[in-house]
Design a protein around this ligand. Sequence first.
Ligand SMILES: Cc1cc2nc3c(=O)[nH]c(=O)nc-3n(C[C@H](O)[C@H](O)[C@H](O)COP(=O)(O)OP(=O)(O)OC[C@H]3O[C@@H](n4cnc5c(N)ncnc54)[C@H](O)[C@@H]3O)c2cc1C
Length: 361
Amino acid sequence: MPISHPSPIAIVGAGLGGLTLARVLHTRGIAATIYEADASADARAQGGLLDIHEDGGQPGLRAAGLYERFLALVLPGEDAKRIVDSAGRILLDKPGQAGGRPEVRRGDLRRLLIESLPADAIAWGRKLVRAERGIDGRLCLAFADGTSVSPELLVGADGAWSRVRPLLSATTPAYIGTTFIEVRIDAASCTPDMVDLIGTGTLMAVAPEKALLMHRYADGDVHGYIALDKPPGCIAAEFDDWSPRLRALVTLADDARIVRPLHALPVDHRWDSMADVTLVGDAAHLMSPFAGEGANLAIQDGAELALAICGHPGDSAAAIRDYEAAMFPRAQAAARQTAGNHRRFFGPDAPHSVVQMFTGA
Ligand SMILES: Cc1cc2nc3c(=O)[nH]c(=O)nc-3n(C[C@H](O)[C@H](O)[C@H](O)COP(=O)(O)OP(=O)(O)OC[C@H]3O[C@@H](n4cnc5c(N)ncnc54)[C@H](O)[C@@H]3O)c2cc1C
C-alpha cells in the first residue's frame, strides 16, 4: 500500500545520524521523512554515555542549531576516567575536564534531536524490510506493516544491520571476538566501598581478554559493561582471581543483563557512488566502541550530508559525491584507530597498554 504524499527524501532510522541529517535539512527549509522501526521514542532503553568530541559531534550539533541545548545536557565532571588492574590498584586517575569531550546520556541527546523536528517528520513503527529498484529504476521501500514508498533520495541511517546497505555494498559486519554484557547497579545497592572504588566518572578495570567498564552517575546509579574478549562462558568465574572489591561489581549487577556481541565492517569499507542513495553512521562504517567515535561520526555524517544536499539544489548525485569524498577517509581513519585500540585494550600488555592509550604515551 503506497503512502500518500511522502517527502521525496527518505531517511531510514532515527538514530543520531538520521536525526541530525533531518534536523539540519529542516533548519534550511528542506523536509525529509524518517522511517523508524521502533514504535515510539521511548520504545527502547538507549544505553549509556557518549562523549561528544570538539572535532566530531560538536560541529554537527552546531550545524543543527542545537549546540547550546546540548551543553545543557552535559554531565559536568563525569568524563573522569580511572584505570585499575585486576587487584584494584589505581594506575591512572584522570579528573573530569571542562570542554574537550563532554559526556551526555545517549537518550538525552537523541530526545533533543527528536524534539527539534516537526512531529510528522518521523514515521514511527515503520520497519524497513526491503529496499530495491523497480524495473523503471525507481527506488522502492517496503515496510513490515505492508506500506511502501518510492523516494527520490534515500539515506540509510539504520545502523549495524542496515537494510539499505545492500543497494550499495554486499559487505556485512563481522563479529570482532568481543562481547559486552550491559549491567546496572542501582544506587541503593552500591556500597560506600564501591562508590570509593569507581570514583566520580568511569572506572576501567582491565586485564588481558577481559575488563569491567563502569560509570557512576550523579544520581548514584551505576551503569556499565562486563567486557570479554573471548567466548563468554560463566561470567562470574572469569573474575575469580580479581580483587573482591571488583568482583562485587559483577555479582551485585542486576539480572537484566543485555548481551551485546560487537561487530564491525572492514576498516576500508566503501562503495561506488550512486546518484540517489547513500549511508550515514553505523550503516556506512560500523566499528567497535574502543575509540568512542561511532556516535560522533554519525552526527558528523548526518550534518555534512545535509549541508551537501543544501549546497547542490536539485543535484543529489553531486551532493552524495561530495559527502562520500569526505566521509570515506574520515571513517577509515577512525576505524583504523578503533581497531588498534581494540587490540591494545585486551592484549597481553593490558592494563598498561590502556594507560598508555589514555596518556598518549
Ligand atoms: C556498547 C557501545 C558503546 C558505545 N559507546 C560509544 C561512545 O562512547 N562514543 C561514540 O561516539 N560511540 C559509541 N558507540 C557507537 C555508537 O553507539 C554508534 O556508532 C551510533 O549510535 C551510530 O548511530 P547511527 O545513527 O548510525 O545508528 P543507530 O544509533 O544504531 O540508529 C539506527 C536506528 O535505525 C533504526 N533501524 C534499524 N533497522 C531499521 C529498519 N530495518 N527499519 C527502520 N529503522 C531501523 C534503529 O531502531 C535505530 O533507531 C558505542 C556503541 C556500543 C555498542
